[in-house]
Design a protein around this ligand. Structure first.
Ligand code: NAP
Length: 548
């Protein structure tokens, strides 16, 4: 790969009094593209990752049923014609093993592996104000220094276990799906319990229902879900997708969540109730997020519109679940359809028609204790061989909180964000110079790689400017950060997500400071198109950033 170092940086790695110009933390989707851009520029950069290989979330989440909710061909990288021409997605929604293969293929094809160091878990990073460097300490005690640190930690990379007494007492096999064992786990004949009914559990349950001797699902709050409608991609279809790639990515760039699905241009009120039902019949059969993202805009803002759609989806659940009492339990009554992040499913509801699957109402009869042999609810004792805690993540800020990050004056990022994140464009934080985030809090919630590419393509020229000017420090101004926080906060105005009991608004019952009712503004809710406009304005002379 030709280097364009001469155009970019005067810094010679052999003489620089620090180890790297850039350290990227995280070899997931964002980190891979960031290192590619830096290597192309001839920058002395490396990626550190705690895992034993690249892939990030796709390295960790090896649970049965794990797959994209994004159309595979909208999830792959768009920056390389070569990758687009060569890679054949086998399914419309790629399963985890294929995705991990894809990311490894990208790393090898682009010769990036030599720029990655695995088994490197960052414990602390402290900004050295004298030298304008980050000093990094790994959990194994190793130390490194770098002018810039790019944190590509992942928004959902820190699993949270349930806060239930006795969790250490269980004598069987227990894990969070993000730590699903890498070696094959034979569930045949096993008594399996799963706690949680989020997007993760909704993918796992129908798959392991077919394997386990008996499966008990502990549901506290029901969650809306809609069919994924997955299918294979033939050679012919892949050829036509390749021919359409420019069109596909252009469409993603014009849609709020960076999918091909765009909101229906009609108003909810343009149609009769009968016509709306007919439209929803069509959407329900379509692949992916159509029923959510290609729906009427009012479903996200108006209670009445949302309630009618929720009734429609509830009827679909009633049609699919044989036992009416179980169906009613599976229909959320405390929030409307699509107000939380919608899980997509394959035969999820049908899993409850099986004789070996039981749904337990963990709201009516809460789990009191994990026991050595299983768990106890307020009315029953359960025995399990395997317990799965599908209890979610410390979203967005969790991975940051677990590194001791200290900026100017030794101030801790963890303290600054104690009641919720505050950022500039979701990428910079005032008082934490030379640190840039990818996939951090307060970016537009989007089809992840589309957002990653946008962010890397914004940050890299900003770094180049620093180097070209022979400067050593960038920091966002307090005013620019406040203005972005205000924009983020305003982006929630009028949206039904304000009522959501979801990680998107910072709720997690297993974490202090994440109680329902205290919103943590984790995303820029207006969407990708508006976000991109903000990025463009912010790069025009970088008025929000002090370079020194
Ligand atoms: P989640 O949506 O936060 O769901 C966690 C579940 O665990 C909820 O049902 C929650 O119930 C339950 N729970 C937590 N603590 C509990 C306790 N102590 N007792 C009983 N139940 C408890 O987490 P997730 O399913 O891992 O999904 C998180 C996000 O990851 C998704 O929204 C999605 O963005 C992403 N994801 C993506 C994909 C994909 O792209 N294909 C797949 C999986 C996940 P309450 O609601 O009552 O708190």
């Amino acid at each position: 790969m030709a280097s364009t170092a001469a155009q970019t940086t005067p810094i010679n790695p052999a003489t620089a009094p620090y180890d790297y110009e850039v350290i990227v933390i995280g070899a997931g989707v964002s980190g891979i593209y960031q290192i590619k851009r830096l290597v192309d520029l001839g920058i002395n950069a490396t990626v550190l990752d705690a895992n034993d290989g690249p892939g990030g979330t796709w390295w960790s989440n090896r649970y049965p049923g794990a797959r994209f909710d994004s159309e595979s061909y909208t999830y792959g990288y768009s920056f390389s014609k070569e990758l687009l021409e060569e890679w054949h997605w086998k399914e419309r929604f790629s399963p985890q093993p294929e995705t991990l293969r894809y990311l490894n293929y990208v790393v090898d094809k682009l010769d990036l592996r030599d720029h990655m160091q695995f088994g490197c878990k960052v414990a602390a990073m402290q900004f050295d104000e004298e030298a304008d460097l980050w000093r990094i300490t790994l959990t194994d005690g190793r130390e490194m220094s770098s002018r810039i640190v790019v944190t590509a930690l992942g928004p959902l990379s820190t699993p949270t276990l349930p806060r239930i007494p006795g969790i250490d007492d269980f004598q069987g096999i227990a894990f969070h799906p993000a730590n699903w064992p890498h070696e094959p786990l034979d569930l045949s004949g096993k008594r399996v319990g799963i706690i949680g009914t989020g997007a993760t559990a909704i993918q796992i349950i129908p798959v392991i229902a077919e394997q386990a001797g008996h499966l008990t699902v502990f549901q506290r709050r029901a969650n809306w879900a809609a069919p994924l409608n997955n299918g294979p991609i033939s050679d012919e279809e892949m050829a036509s997708i390749r021919a359409r790639y420019d069109e596909i990515f252009a469409a993603c760039a014009q849609s709020p969540a960076a999918f091909e699905h765009v909101p229906d241009p009609r108003s909810f009120y343009d149609l009769t109730a009968e016509q709306r039902r007919a439209f929803w019949d069509e959407l329900y059969e379509q692949p992916g997020f159509s029923i959510w993202l290609a729906n009427f805009p009012e479903i996200f803002t108006e209670e009445a519109a949302n309630a009618e759609l929720s009734d429609y989806i509830a009827d679909r659940i009633r049609q699919r679940v044989k036992d009416p009492a179980v169906a009613e339990l599976l229909i959320p009554k405390d929030h409307g359809f699509g107000v939380q992040r919608l899980p997509l499913e394959t035969h999820y509801f049908e899993a409850y028609n099986r004789d070996n699957v039981e749904l337990v109402n963990a709201k009516a009869t809460p789990i009191e204790r994990i026991t050595p042999t299983g768990l106890r609810t307020t009315d029953r004792e359960f025995e399990f061989d395997v317990l799965i805690y599908a209890t979610g993540f410390d979203a967005f800020t969790g991975a940051y909180d677990r590194i001791d990050i200290r900026g100017i004056g030794g101030k801790k990022l963890r303290d600054k964000w104690a009641r919720g994140p505050v950022t500039y464009l979701g990428m910079l934080v005032h008082g934490f110079p030379n640190m840039a985030m990818l996939g951090g809090p307060q970016v537009a919630a989007a089809n992840f790689p589309r957002g990653s590419e946008t962010a890397v393509d914004w940050l890299t020229p900003m770094f180049q400017r620093l180097w070209q000017q022979g400067q050593t420090r960038f920091d966002v101004t307090a005013e620019a950060e406040q203005a972005w926080f205000d924009a983020v906060r305003q982006s929630y105005d009028g949206l039904l997500i304000n009522k959501a009991q979801s990680w998107i608004t910072g709720y997690n019952s297993n974490l202090d400071g994440h109680e329902y009712g205290h919103t943590r503004y984790n995303i820029f809710a207006t969407g990708g198109v508006e976000y991109t406009k903000h990025l463009k304005a912010a790069a025009d002379g970088y008025p929000g950033i002090d370079f020194a």
